[in-house]
Design a protein around this ligand. Structure first.
Ligand code: CA
Ligand code: CA
Length: 208
């Protein structure tokens, strides 16, 4: 029993940094929303959108991330860079964002909208925040209808249709900015878990 407890303690210590949604703290200029990069080699935009909508964090459903400021874009890109393997594989290291082009819209720059009712995606030269790579959107190969961040592992946007370039997708949880303060710190969660395990071992020992 003691060995079992030691093993659990060792596993907790050896665990990587808290994986899961990361809050963009209002104290750091953030909106209090949480963001998570999901690795999913070659996933389609539509499938990523479905999965994101079914994820929950602190009771809030997710959506593919909608990026409307430089600060938000940089926060998400930092998370992306933390996750992607800079070596070969997963091609361009792009992650899907919550932006798409309306069907039958003029190519390459017509009808781009954020999902989640967040309005039009500005094109290069428009007012409002945008981060298109030079020459994008270009509807390369006549089939690029969805927005991705990370073309060639750069901090840029690209209209993408080729799933070979996709490393995964970004989920955003629109938390109430007040709520994050009530979320336990990861170490607290680990200690809670350890406490529960210890209590369970203790009560079993008492019964035996
Ligand atoms: Ca957003
Ligand atoms: Ca493109």
């Amino acid at each position: 029993m003691k060995n079992c407890l030691l093993t659990i303690v060792a596993l907790l210590i050896a665990s990587p940094a808290f994986a899961g949604p990361v809050i963009w703290e209002p104290a750091d200029g953030g909106n209090g929303h949480a963001y998570e990069i999901i690795e999913a080699d070659g996933i389609s935009w539509r499938q990523a959108r479905r999965i994101a909508a079914n994820m929950t964090f602190n009771g809030v459903n997710g959506h593919l991330a909608t990026i409307t400021s430089d600060g938000e874009d940089e926060f998400v890109n930092d998370l992306r860079e933390d996750v992607v393997d800079p070596g070969p594989g997963f091609a361009d290291k792009e992650v899907w964002l919550g932006g798409r082009q309306r069907r039958n819209a003029p190519e390459p720059d017509g009808g781009w909208r954020w999902i989640n009712g967040e309005g039009a995606i500005p094109m290069p030269g428009d007012s409002g925040y945008e981060n298109w790579a030079p020459g994008e959107p270009n509807d390369y190969g006549n089939g690029e209808k969805f927005l991705a961040q990370g073309l060639n592992n750069q901090f840029v946007w690209n209209d993408e249709g080729n799933r070979a370039g996709i490393y995964g997708f970004v989920v955003e949880f629109d938390l109430d900015p007040v709520l994050p303060t009530s979320i336990p710190e990861p170490t607290t969660i680990a200690l809670f878990g350890l406490g529960a395990v210890g209590a369970s071992l203790f009560s079993r020992r008492r019964r035996s």
